[in-house]
Design a protein around this ligand. Sequence first.
Ligand code: GAR
Length: 189
Amino acid sequence: MKNLAIFASGTGSNARRIIEYFMQSPVAQVRLLLCNKPDAPVLGIAEALGVPTLLLDRAAFYQPGNVAQLLATRSIDFIALAGFLWLLPSCLVQAFEGRIVNIHPALLPRFSGKGMYGMHVHQAVKAAGENQTGITIHYVNERYDEGQIIFQASCPIAPEDTPDTIAQKVHALEYQHYPQVLEQLLRKK
Ligand code: GAR
């Protein structure tokens, strides 16, 4: 049985799906939800589902070795980012090499980098006149959205789609695939 931590700081709809997916799983359990925003809805979601939460400010998050140590005391094996926007400290990336993944709401390497998250991505995709978008699940390194790609899935964009409807399509892909891809990775680790 592997112990999974989710890092999230937003509405938490992916975190909810991941927690629920692994609730009865023999492969892994979500043991921790780490968040950097005191008012993030994801905190309430995790608490309601019985997952311990940890709220860290910037100083605590970037204090060398701190997060790795907090994860070690909880025997965390693997980290899934789900709407977490801070770059990870390099010592954490090194300590968990090959064991941290992120989901990005577009087809990387397009629509990536600092500031490209959530609705900003869908607005940029619409503005660029794309006829498809999708999701990318990738390993995390010290740079935004540049780690090795593990999985991608795409969906069509119709001319009448708006950033909101594009977001709905992308969320549906995320819910469909992220928990399963995590499970496959956790089985191998
Ligand atoms: C998700 O769409 C995720 O792909 C995106 O934030 C959203 C979080 O939604 N992540 C990024 O943009 C990272 N660059 P949620 O809080 O409802 O899961």
